[in-house]
Design a protein around this ligand. Structure first.
Ligand code: GLN
Length: 534
């Protein structure tokens, strides 16, 4: 029997619905259940691929090449499962589907409406994910906050699901915020009451309320939420801020989140196997006074969500190390103005992540030059690798004015360019996306990091290293450490006589998991830790 947990949010956005969904997924999976998690995003974009990282944070890419919300990254990291394009649905996709069907005449003369046509399409998406994964439990996170106009069709759809699959097979979890008023010295439940009132007006009643709070919930506030929101006091779960993300599942297990959900489904509870995550948290909390200072050279400074998976992957790599991560934000535009010396000289490693457009590009190239010349461990991802190739071309191979044709399509040496058959592309969904095979050069450093000579990594880019320059760059010492199996595409480059200098065209960060850090990140972090000790 397929069961569904629906996660909604109240009061504020960014409350951690995604982490709640991920945590519940992990706790159910740790009991041997087959779990999948999906995200419903109420915006009209077909996918977040065209949105600015300022607006939306990073775009998470699945193995099958869907550009999705960053919450899918949390889901994959917590349930340790690769998800697919079906695990993400947006209003843009739903409307596109319904409108295409209408144009084909599939609705046989009916007036096409939000209810039932849009809601049916949403429900079909939810049921399909459950069926494809043969899931015991499908967790569905509804983006936005209850009360938003645009999330209404999703709330109506999940209300209808109760009738479709039966009351005993659905569980509604509402995540809210309990503010604390310093002047009165009290926690306040009123915003939560209003949010639940809003839900009840559309026919939804939560089974569990997860309360984000900075203090412990008092018995009094619990009783108040229970009375006004019409749920058991035991079904009010406190979610306090913690130091490490991966402590949340342990805390939620202690508070009985999964047990309550299983009770709702009348599934017998069992002991979860959380050994690996316990071990990991113990490791994170161990006293590690030494810090490995890694500079993240980008244009979205201090917007952690824009580089979420990169930061997570660095964190995962640090778990196994005797020193912890200190992330240092470095603005590539500031490097352009002030040079590298004062900004990079105290770092133990530099990471140049992916990106688009020309802003800050020369700063990234200068940072890479600094790393190459000063033996500072360097990892370049996607645009970061392209910048490394440009830097090498200009300063080692003597190709003056080398650039990427994305930045300057009239440059004398386009060492990074579009492939000949790539002209006339539109902006959305037109990149090389998702997992592609890469054959590793067995003489390279990369071969020592990866356990296998053939790897699969996820891509999201348009431009490629220009094959016309490959031989010239290689002659000057740029090692091509990975290519597509047909050898047509350069996937990884490195410099041999350097403690660690690797660039990859793909995004390794998407495949890093807390219990299985990615080999490139582990190798980079270990090299940075050695650099620190020198
Ligand atoms: N802008 C570059 C390209 O399209 C790199 C993309 C990226 O870093 N994700 O190829």
């Amino acid at each position: 029997m397929a069961r569904f947990v629906f996660i909604t949010g109240g009061v504020l956005s960014s409350l951690g619905k995604g982490i709640t969904a991920s945590t519940l997924g992990m706790l159910l999976k740790a009991r041997g259940l087959n779990v999948t998690i999906m995200k419903c995003d109420p915006y009209l974009n077909v996918d977040p691929g065209t949105m600015s990282p300022y607006q939306h944070g990073e775009v998470f890419v699945t193995e099958d090449g869907a550009e999705t919300d960053l919450d899918l990254g949390h889901y994959e990291r917590f349930i340790d499962t690769n998800l697919t394009r079906y695990n993400s649905v947006t209003t843009g996709q739903v409307y596109s589907t319904v409108i295409s069907k209408e144009r084909r005449g599939d609705y046989l003369g009916a007036t096409v409406q939000v209810i039932p046509h849009i809601t049916n399409c949403i429900k079909e998406n939810i049921v399909r994910v459950s069926a494809i994964n043969d899931a015991d439990v499908t967790i569905v996170e509804v983006g936005g906050t209850v009360g938003d106009i645009e999330s209404l069709p999703y709330l109506e759809a999940i209300r209808q699901m109760r009738g479709d699959v039966g009351r005993d097979n659905v569980c509604y979890v509402h995540v809210t915020y309990i503010p604390y008023s310093k002047t009165i010295g009290e926690m306040k439940s009123k915003p939560t009451q209003h949010s639940v009132k809003e839900m009840r007006a559309i026919g939804l009643a939560p089974d569990l309320i997860v309360c984000r709070t900075t203090r412990s919930l008092t018995r009094e506030i619990r009783n108040k939420i229970s009375l006004f929101c019409d749920i058991d006091a035991d079904s009010v779960i406190e979610a306090r801020d913690v130091d490490c993300l991966y402590e949340i599942p342990l805390e939620m297990e202690r508070l009985g989140l999964a047990t309550l959900v299983l009770k709702r489904f009348a599934i017998a509870d069992s002991q979860p196997d959380l050994e690996q995550i316990k071990q990991l948290v113990k490791n994170v909390k161990a006293n590690k006074p030494d810090k490995v200072r890694i500079g993240l050279v980008g244009k979205y400074i201090k917007i952690a969500d824009a580089y979420l998976s990169v930061i997570e992957a660095l964190t995962h790599a640090s778990f196994a190390c005797d020193a912890s991560l200190e992330l240092v934000w470095v603005s590539s535009e500031q490097i352009e103005r002030e040079g590298c010396e004062g900004l990079l000289d105290t770092l133990h490693g530099v990471l140049v992540p992916g990106g688009f457009g020309d802003r800050g590009i020369e700063g990234k190239i200068s940072a890479i030059k600094y790393c190459r010349e000063n033996n500072v461990p360097f990892l370049g991802i996607c645009l970061g690798m392209q910048c490394a190739v440009i830097e090498f071309a200009r300063h080692v191979a003597g190709l003056e004015g080398a650039n990427s044709s994305e930045i300057d399509d009239k440059c004398p040496h386009p060492v990074v360019s579009l492939l000949p058959d790539q002209s006339g592309v539109v902006k959305g969904g037109s990149m090389r996306l998702g997992a592609y095979p890469c054959r590793i050069n067995m003489e390279s450093r990369a071969a020592g990091l990866y356990a296998s000579p053939l790897i699969y990594e996820r891509h999201r880019h348009r431009y490629e290293v220009n094959n016309e320059y490959r031989a010239r760059l290689a002659r000057k010492g740029l090692v091509i450490s990975g290519t597509s199996p047909d050898e047509q595409l350069v996937e990884m480059v490195e410099i041999a006589d350097h403690p660690f200098f690797i660039g990859c065209q793909f995004h390794p960060e998407f495949k890093s998991r807390p219990i299985r850090p990615h080999p490139l990140f582990s190798g980079f972090f270990a090299a940075a830790n050695d650099f620190r000790k020198k």
